[in-house]
Ligand binder design. Sequence first.
Ligand code: GLU
Length: 550
Amino acid sequence: MTNKDLANLIFPNITKTVEDYEKEYPERNLKEGACVTRFAPSPTGYMHLGGFFQALIDFTIANNTDGVFYLRNEDTDQKREVEKAVELITSTLNHYNIVPDEYEYNGETKGNYGPYIQSERKEIYHAFIKHLIEIGRAYPCFCTKDEIDEMRHTQEERKMRPGYYGRYARCNTLSVEEAINKIKNKEPYVIRFRSNGNFENKIIFNDLVKGRLHLNENDIDDVIMKSDNLLPTYHFAHVVDDHLMHTTHVIRGDEWLSSVPLHLQLFHELGFKAPKYAHIAPIMKNDDGNKRKLSKRKDPEAAVSYYHEEGIPADAVVEYLLNIANSTFEPWRRANPNKPVEEFDLQLNKMSVSGAVFDMVKLLDVSKNVISKYTAEKIYEETLKWAEKYNQEFAKLLKENKDYSIKVLNIERGKAKPRKDIAKWSDVENTIEYMYNDIFENMNDYEFQKINDEAEIKDILNSYIEKHFNISDDKETWFNKMKDLAEEKGYAREVKEYKANPEAYKGHVGDISTVIRVALTTRHNTPDLYEIMQVLGKEEVEKRIQDFIG
Ligand code: GLU
């Protein structure tokens, strides 16, 4: 009896060989230097920002090199609910414009290297496992869960390294006959890789993010095929897939770094060239001065869905993530304020080894900048889209007042220095609500500042509306009248004058305009008052001021 007999007994129906598959998945015809990357999530129904970050890096690297970026669903752990999870991944990537060149979704496949769903690749894996059994580099293991637990326990007691290796790898030494008999007796088994490594040896490995590393050689006979669904484990599946799909760069979370020695052995034993690896550290967060991982449990912003819910535009999230991916992004952006992010040349070796730090304040800042470049129409559309999902009442208001709303959103926009007070669509309502008469009528929290004596306020408003207000004034005339009013009431025409001689005045023109601003909006901090008055119109300005005086 030979290994071949054992392999045939385990996989009687697998007739295709490794060579057959090599022919089915030929070399990709790409230009020199093109990178083939993939995003390979396990569909869990939750999208962590860290996973999304990896997808963005994958996408950008492929894009920068005219390569290929594909999506592979790693669903070999079938206990989880898959369908909705795949939908979440796909819709998220689409929302952020990170569209894979190859994927499989809803029965539709794009690309020649599929299936792109691991559970549909079972036969392929079996052919490669069969091959490893034939050449003596894989074997069935009949140890029960209890036996494995017991072994672990013994290793712990003896302060030994845990794992199925050396003399702990009991089934490694079973003869082919013994193994065949056990299988014929229907004893359940998994398939393990037969490692010939020595833990005392060091291997040198060049990671594209972490640099040159010295790692211990693998000597553990890891499970490569599970007993329940006969699907491979991640270790084995990724080796076969990344080989057949001709991935050039495996960009993944650094929790896999310790498995690299095993993976390199698997590539070697299968006769494949290993891809380049880039292990990305998790995204970190400052928590009371301590750096820690962004956590699904503790941080709502760890979920990509959070950004949709808050209405942070997709471009802003992408822009910010590239910012923390490479410190060279910021100077690049400064030099190229209007270039699309796709043109940024991302470098893996410039990524943080210990983990990029995520900072919400900075993200919102980036977002304010991104939004400041949008047109009022775009802001209207995006806000409406967001509001229809998360703030229906506001959506209704926007829809009923489309043209007016665009005018409102256009205040201080499309200029050299556009307004930057909106960081997310959920901010919009608060920044413009006073412009709607129905809402304004119910607002009564007036934020008067320096001038807050009621009689004084009413006197200023009265004079303004009677003597100075004219909706047809241009901005300069309008402002000069504000100065006239200031002077009339004992305030300096210019801030400068006031500062030079504060005793001589009650205040300055800014204090006067603040009174008018607050009377018209309730707020002391708003965009350009002249523009606000133009959009409100003559009647509404007069009404608001008169109502206030009354
Ligand atoms: N399915 C693996 C995970 O979710 C993918 C790792 C990889 O990209 O190779 O962590």
